[in-house]
Design a protein around this ligand. Structure first.
Ligand SMILES: Nc1ncnc2c1ncn2[C@@H]1O[C@H](COP(=O)(O)OP(=O)(O)O)[C@@H](O)[C@H]1O
Ligand SMILES: [Mg+2]
Length: 266
């Protein structure tokens, strides 16, 4: 089983869109996948048409008050499961910070799934901040996927993420976390800027950058309001093709050992 954090401290870069559509693509390909919505804003949760689920988030299990198995909900897509977010999660930040083992709460909460191989993949949709929930996600994960918008300052944002990964490693909470994938999102082929940003990020991060680039398409932004993944909402479009290709590349990269990535981090 692999736990994959999808994180970037910046909001609006495509974390949730990637978590939902990568997850659905993996499930459709027969890989049993759990998506955990760790963002109190619950965008991933509403992307599945699930709302108003107070008390159903990871909050209870994180604080050691409830088991995790009962929080798993099926979705309309076979093999795709969700633990929703709710506003309580915002409070979890503060309460976890007071606990002794505050960096490894999520790691411990997910232990039963690891032990029992309940899922093939667990995707963690992180909130847009460098807070406790994101650092817990990094402490619990085997891999970090960082979606980055094709925009100015893309590299600056990445440098921050690399720094947080190093902090988590140095803390002793997780010495095997690796930034295995940088995913360039909202690529606009009509502008030179998009191509320049992709070239610049590839120059610095080499093969850690996914070959698959996600185009900017209004279909990807519309799909959640219909509670559909891009594969149900616009199956023939560029967004669906891109996320299908991303999932295939993700699976190919699973065969390669992360430590075989030869490009050192800056
Ligand atoms: N490739 C894309 N093309 C167009 N709109 C996108 C694309 N990816 C995401 N969006 C939209 O941009 C906004 C931010 O994306 P989201 O995935 O929620 O980012 P994050 O989770 O990083 O905050 C959302 O409204 C989403 O629907
Ligand atoms: Mg989000």
């Amino acid at each position: 089983m692999k736990i994959v954090a999808i994180a970037n401290q910046k909001g609006g870069v495509g974390k949730t869109t990637t978590a939902v559509n990568l997850g659905c693509a993996l499930a459709k390909a027969g890989h049993r996948t759990l998506l955990i919505d760790l963002d109190p804003q619950a965008n991933a949760t509403s992307s599945f048409g699930l709302q108003e689920l107070a008390g159903e988030s990871l909050y209870g299990p994180l604080l050691g008050e409830e088991g995790i198995a009962q929080k798993v909900l099926p979705t309309r897509i076979e093999g795709m499961f969700l633990i929703p977010a709710d506003l309580d999660l915002a409070g979890a930040e503060i309460e976890i910070a007071r606990m002794d083992n505050h960096l490894t709460r999520l790691q411990q909460t997910l232990r039963p799934f690891r032990d029992e191989e309940t899922f093939e993949f667990i995707l963690l949709d992180c909130p847009p901040s460098l807070g406790i929930l994101m650092t817990n996600a990094l402490a619990a994960a085997d891999e970090l996927l960082a979606p980055i918008q094709c925009e100015f300052f893309a590299l600056e944002g990445l440098v921050k993420i690399v720094h947080v990964v190093e902090q988590v490693m140095n803390s002793g909470a997780n010495d095997s976390i690796e930034l295995t994938g940088i995913i360039m999102t909202m690529f606009d082929r009509r502008t030179n800027l998009s191509s320049q940003v992709v070239a610049e990020v590839r120059e610095h991060f080499g093969e850690r950058v996914y070959q698959t680039v996600i185009p900017r398409t209004v279909r990807l932004s519309e799909a959640p309001s219909f509670a559909k993944s891009i594969f149900e909402y616009a199956p023939g479009g560029s967004g669906a093709r891109a996320y299908a290709a991303l999932a295939q590349e993700f699976m190919r990269r699973q065969q390669t050992n992360a430590s075989a990535l030869s490009t050192p981090l800056a």
